[in-house]
Design a protein around this ligand. Sequence first.
Ligand code: PLP
Length: 443
Amino acid sequence: MSQTPEHLKSTAALPKVVRAKGSYLWDAEGRQYIDGSGGPAVYALGHANDEVNAAVMAQLGAIAHGYRYNFTTDALEELTEIIRGHCGGGLREMVYVTGGSEAVESCLKIALQYQTAIGQKTRRRFISRQRSWHGNTLGALGLSGFAERTAAYEGAFIPSIKLSPANDYRPIAGEGSLGERCAAELEAAILAAGPETIAAFVFEPVVGAAGGCVPAPEGYAKRVREICDRYGVLMIADEVMCGAGRTGTWRALAHDGVEPDLMSVAKGLAAGYLPLGAAICTIKVWEAIRAVDGAFGTGHTFTGHTAACAAGVAVQQIIAREGLLARVAANGPRLMAAWREALAGVEAVGDIRGRGHFIAAELVANRDTKAPFDAERKLFMKIRAQAMENGLICYPVGGNVDGARGDIVILAPPYNASQAELDEIIDKAATSIKQVLRAESLG
Ligand code: PLP
């Protein structure tokens, strides 16, 4: 049986994109698409932004890349100050990388380096959760709870423990609030494995592709913070998808009033203009490493790539100048209300959730039991194709229920999409879902 994940199978017949501006893209046939998901929640400012492009061109004209062992650069230093300002608190040190997987991978390595530096070298294992996605490099992939994408590589991963997803729509059983129950599961796993073996707990504050914009249950993150502190386990927030303002606060976890020890950020950082990510850690983590090793052990040839940092600076400056974080935060409830209204009466819509410009609908075969549709139907793939047909880019994903079954449709519009564009995105997404359900005789 083929182990190729569904989302990779359909690339043969893709249209060829030739041009884009703002929230719109055009293919070689002249067909127009509105970008309802910023690709995979990346293009925070839409496409072909003149100011970002000019900043990148100016940087390329001066120097493309000042190699990290030889030089620092204005772009790198400016971006570092911007990120420090956004993170606040102790999150002040960082390693730049080229994307989300490298950012997560770097967080894992910094956590291990820290535990070694403080004399805790037995702490080599990680805890993560089912229905999570942390990236495609072996370390990040091994921590991901996304069966369809991990199956081919099982047996070759670093050891990790996978907890239940923390999802209000699909709660785990037990006493107390859902946040308490899920956090108790973490504590039990740490105790069962032996706290002296656990380096860090890794989780997405708002689960993206693997769950469909699932915010943490009330109180969960705070309890997790306490438990991590109690047992010397580092807390790693993977904010590759939900961070950099996507949910209305620069750090998604700021919503929960919690500071992690480490945090990965990528997609929205340079908003797709150039590949860029960062692994950010607190002063506490950095100081322990500095005292023993003097420097982070992890890094790559393109760490702190100057043109990529210049893109990041320009993107972040525009976001700040145009008040886009506040706009995304304010748009959130309105977008959810419009999404709800557009899908009202569609029996197969089991849940609508998310925050800011990061919202999703989950489709179910039975609203009472929340049973998903058969995986063979590949509803999410059909919705993606129908949406493209209707001139909409959205982000449908499968497998959110058990790794194989489950259909979600994610919307993640640019932060600066106009009200008319947001309306168009909601309208086309709802229409596409309804058309597919009708064609499948499901609605
Ligand atoms: N972490 C999360 C939460 C993600 O959503 C992704 C990508 O979708 C990654 C990590 C991996 O990022 P990349 O695809 O840039 O390597």
